[in-house]
Design a protein around this ligand. Structure first.
Ligand code: FE2
Ligand code: FE2
Length: 153
């Protein structure tokens, strides 16, 4: 079975943010396949860890962007990030403690949460950032992008 969590409709038209969303959804597809394929517990845990780690990095990227541009809805956006990080962390603990296996529905719920967040909170935030970038001008935008996104290169 082939999934396609990522599609062009997920784009918010910010190249770095789009790349990170694409990467996260690709990792969720890998996790889905790991559960579907062989139920190998180590492979599933490793795959879930990769999702958790990439999600932390991604949330940090967006939160730095929101801070630099003094995004007005920053706090509620950060609360959303905390919600998904806690959910993934709880899945990890539950797995580790052998309380219950991770299911295909769990992964699907994570992908649904992420795409819904992208289409609402992230899109709104990126539109605000782009407005501010127009206001600050190209030189300032380049400097800010360098500060926030350079570690990814
Ligand atoms: Fe976000
Ligand atoms: Fe995002």
């Amino acid at each position: 079975m082939s999934l396609a969590y990522w599609r062009d409709a997920c784009k918010v038209n910010h190249p770095q943010i789009d790349d990170e969303h694409h990467y996260l959804l690709t990792l969720l597809e890998k996790l889905y396949q790991a559960i579907l394929r062989d139920h190998d517990e180590d492979a599933i845990q490793t795959s879930l860890d990769a999702v958790f780690s990439a999600m932390i990095d991604h949330c940090e990227t967006e939160e730095a962007l929101m801070e630099v541009f003094a995004y007005p809805d920053r706090i509620s956006h950060i609360e959303q990030h905390e919600e998904i990080l806690v959910l993934i962390f709880n899945y990890r603990l539950t797995l580790e403690q052998g309380l219950r296996p991770l299911t295909l529905d769990d992964v699907h719920d994570l992908a649904t949460w992420l795409t819904s967040h992208v289409w609402t909170h992230d899109l709104k935030m990126v539109q605000f950032v782009q407005q501010q970038q127009k206001h600050y001008g190209a030189a300032m935008t380049q400097e800010i992008n360098h500060r926030i996104f350079a570690p990814m290169a």
